[in-house]
Design a protein around this ligand. Structure first.
Ligand SMILES: O=C(O)CCC(=O)C(=O)O
Ligand SMILES: [Fe+2]
Length: 334
């Protein structure tokens, strides 16, 4: 049986050794690429191990993220998230409501009733003229924050490029076909903190979650989670299944724009974050995760990838601009 990280309710999320793609023989590369593509076509989610990002390094980034969230609330609010076009800065608990709803009034109603129990900090591509990153002042225990996060942004950008190369190999198109769409790194690094919360918050408020059910918007998301748990992925039968943390892996899921780009041959699967399976006494401990949302370069025109449609009539979607698509999606959730 295929090695799987999750197998439940018809949802099979494979666990794939990415080093076999990065450093393997041509046959290993092809096999690994096929497994990756198959995972995206069926579950929409995969787990990758054998990454160039080491566990020590990753730990260091998580510790730095925790230091950031320990800053006083008013300091964090001084560099807060402003607009979907910029998509950078701090979002306080209750600011964003991830949901499947797209109507702005409906989202607002839901946000007021059961706000997501999380705070986040978004870092975009550095050096974009109209949209500078909102860096916090580095003082106290917060040292080298900008340096560490920009370096991590770069490493994740490289990983995005490699995963897209694997998808290309899986599709049987030129390995570098996606490079012209991924080389600018118009991606967002999002640090996430789900604060410690009383257990009864979940029993008192039906529908309370840490992050509401949603799909991601871009090409792929690289999701680094700590060992707490709580991430769930929707199965084909509509049940939410635990995507249990596995040490030294990254969860990678396809976003809506990749689904569209692939003429719906790749799935963008709904997921959410709920309370973890366990907690001490009457509280659930804090959870930290880091999501790296990858996008095709914002200037690019996205129309069906070669090999994902048989004839012109099979193309399901009009071409669209990547950056505009993202802004339109972000406008609904904040
Ligand atoms: O924190 C997590 O594990 C998931 C976060 C997520 O899905 C998102 O921010 O889009
Ligand atoms: Fe997500």
């Amino acid at each position: 049986m295929e090695k799987a990280a999750v197998r439940s309710e018809g949802l099979v999320i494979p666990l794939i050794d990415f080093s076999a793609f990065l450093n393997g023989s041509p046959e290993q590369r092809k096999q690994t690429a096929d497994a990756i593509l198959h995972g995206f076509q069926t579950a929409g989610f995969i787990y990758l191990k054998g990454l160039p990002i080491t566990s020590d390094y990753r730990k260091h980034v998580f510790e730095t993220s925790a230091k950031y969230f320990r800053l006083p609330e008013e300091t964090k609010m001084s560099h807060c998230w402003t607009t979907p076009e910029a998509n950078r800065g701090y979002s306080a608990p209750g600011r964003e409501k991830t949901t499947r709803l797209t109507d702005i009034d409906e989202v607002k109603k839901l946000r007021d009733a059961v706000p997501d129990l999380k705070e986040s900090f978004e870092i975009g591509r550095e050096g974009v003229e109209d949209h500078p990153n909102h860096w916090p002042v580095e003082e106290g225990e917060l040292v080298d924050f900008k340096k560490i996060m920009l370096e991590f942004h770069d490493k994740c950008k490289a990983l995005h490029m490699e995963v897209m190369r694997a998808i290309a190999v899986g599709l049987g198109i030129d390995e570098s076909w996606f490079d012209k769409f991924t080389d600018e790194g118009d991606n967002t690094l999002r640090l996430l903190h789900y604060p410690e919360v009383k257990k009864d918050v979940f029993t008192i408020n039906p529908g309370q979650v840490r992050a509401g059910a949603h799909s991601d918007y871009g090409s792929i998301t690289l999701l680094f989670q700590d060992s707490r748990g709580g991430l769930q992925v929707q199965s084909p039968t509509g049940v939410f299944v635990d995507a249990t943390p596995i040490e030294d892996t990254v969860v990678v899921n396809a976003g809506d724009l990749l689904a569209r780009w692939s003429n719906d041959s790749i799935k963008s699967t709904i997921h959410q974050v709920v309370e973890p399976p366990s907690g001490d006494g009457d509280v659930y401990p804090a959870r930290y995760s880091i999501a790296y949302f990858c996008n095709p370069n914002f200037k690019s025109h996205i129309e069906a990838i070669p090999g994902t449609y048989a004839s012109e009539q099979d193309r399901k979607y009009e071409g669209i601009n990547s950056g505009q698509y993202l802004v339109q999606r972000l406008t609904a959730t904040y």
